[in-house]
Design a protein around this ligand. Sequence first.
Ligand SMILES: Nc1ncnc2c1ncn2[C@@H]1O[C@H](COP(=O)(O)OP(=O)(O)OP(=O)(O)O)[C@@H](O)[C@H]1O
Ligand SMILES: [Mg+2]
Length: 586
Amino acid sequence: MIGTKGTVVAVNGNMISVHFDGAVSMNEVGYVKVADKRLKSEVIRVRGDISQLQVFEITKGITVGDEVEFSGDMLAVELGPGLLGQVYDGLQNPLPQLAAQAGYFLERGVYLDPLPQDASWEFTPTAKEGDKVERADTLGTVKEGAFTHRIMVPFNLYGTYTVSSIKGAGSYKVRDTIAKLKDEKGNEVPVKMSFRWPVKRAIDCFEERLKPSEPMVTRVRLIDTFFPVARGGTYCIPGPFGAGKTVLQQITSRFADVDIVIVAACGERAGEVVETLKEFPELKDERTGRSLMERTIIICNTSSMPVAAREASVYTAVTLAEYYRQMALNVLLLADSTSRWAQAMREMSGRLEEIPGEEAFPAYLESTIASFYERAGIVRLKDGSLGSVTIGGTVSPAGGNFEEPVTQATLKVVGAFHGLSRERSDARKFPAIHPLDSWSKYKGIIPSEKVAYAHSFMRRGIEVEQMMKVVGEEGTSIEDYIIFLKGDLIDSVYFQQNSFDEVDAAVKPDRQKYTFDKLLTILASKFGFSDKNEARSWFNRLRQKFLDYNGSKWKEERFNTIEREIEDTVKSQSQGLDKAAEKILG
Ligand SMILES: Nc1ncnc2c1ncn2[C@@H]1O[C@H](COP(=O)(O)OP(=O)(O)OP(=O)(O)O)[C@@H](O)[C@H]1O
Ligand SMILES: [Mg+2]
């Protein structure tokens, strides 16, 4: 198959049509030769002896008659130690090295080794000569940052092999042969510390998929308490321009309770990407005391790169996530924004002259989005250990309209929905997740009856607020007015979270549960205010105390002092608990 050659017969933006001799398959990589450069491309359609390829580079200069070499390989990534801490483009080129070699304006046709070739890794064998092994079985380990990186039988070696030789403990480079395996016919295969895997094929070397059930704690109250995400689950963050999608993902990437974070910044503004790159190495991971970057991989394509590269970056990211899941680690993949990827699909579909679906997106938009999110999951590996990939994707619907196809297609497959609201971000209520539009199918850190009870105050509070806009405050009963004030309290001191405050920015589950119970008691209390003014100023004082409480260190002196003040304040007005709530409060 290797060596199929073709010639360009048409150029249409980033898509070329190629006439070829021999065999060519879908998703195969081809290189277009332009002057002294070879531009990487991927086969996206084959019809007879004509194939269409999307080019991952600017197509300037490609003309009819140019030669194309097909590689015989699918679009793939290299997997092995040294991935952590890297910043890649969608084709797994390490961007800092690319920039150093090619200068600020990245040159076309330059592809670099994804893994450092000269780095040495301390290998400890765990398999021995004569062992029977299968794909993804561990042959040995190396230390990669804080993690034990499994050196595994390459995932494409189907069948049973016998270890015919394996290197002893020592220092090796990624392309050194560390073992030789013999298949059933006696053919010997050398195994290195790295191997390649096609990005569009899900890695499936596990015993079984489990139902995501354990919460993946993000330390964002609104998420963990009200709209939780499960380990191995999926969620989406749709939101209009500037509503806080990227900031929310950045917060999550820092504080989420996972081992590894992979950020796929596909098609966002270049400035945002640069910001992440500058900030991350300086941030410390609380659990390991090391730089956050050591457990992070960033895949970035800015909107100035060709659309095909955006698609590649999404698949590259999820493949790397699945690879680390095979090592019994918990991985979080954040994709920002999947709308840019969908736009890339639309553009290519248009060039292929396919029959368009809604808003000119291709008819397969839904199934493509679904099969991407399906690569998330918590799995039981062959050795009995668990690993997970959780996927969170942002969607940027034009005008913030959630009815558009990308949001709708994503909604159908994810387990939680964190819809950002323009109204809330304009009012600087962050995170701007809408308390009524959002939902989650997962179990959170707090019993659902308690959550539902608190949520009902949010909902009724908003209803009263809407009503007051019509009838005015005078036309509202004191009972309704108190519901409004209670809803507003929980919104101000629990839903909203100050990401710039050292303490409030990230709240551990124990503290969330503790504060939540305190708030529930207030929500469930009956108050006997003589008028609305009294009620309003009392709630204002309470809110201010609560905000100070949120900003003070957990169970330290200041915290305890404010807590007593809050309790005294509540006692001074409370006329006992609502009977219906007593059961819930437990
Ligand atoms: N949690 C937050 N706390 C404080 N400010 C925030 C928060 N989230 C967002 N902001 C403010 O809103 C601005 C826009 O946020 P962000 O860039 O995340 O929006 P976005 O939804 O990603 O926008 P785009 O659609 O352009 O990508 C930020 O620069 C910041 O000023
Ligand atoms: Mg953004």
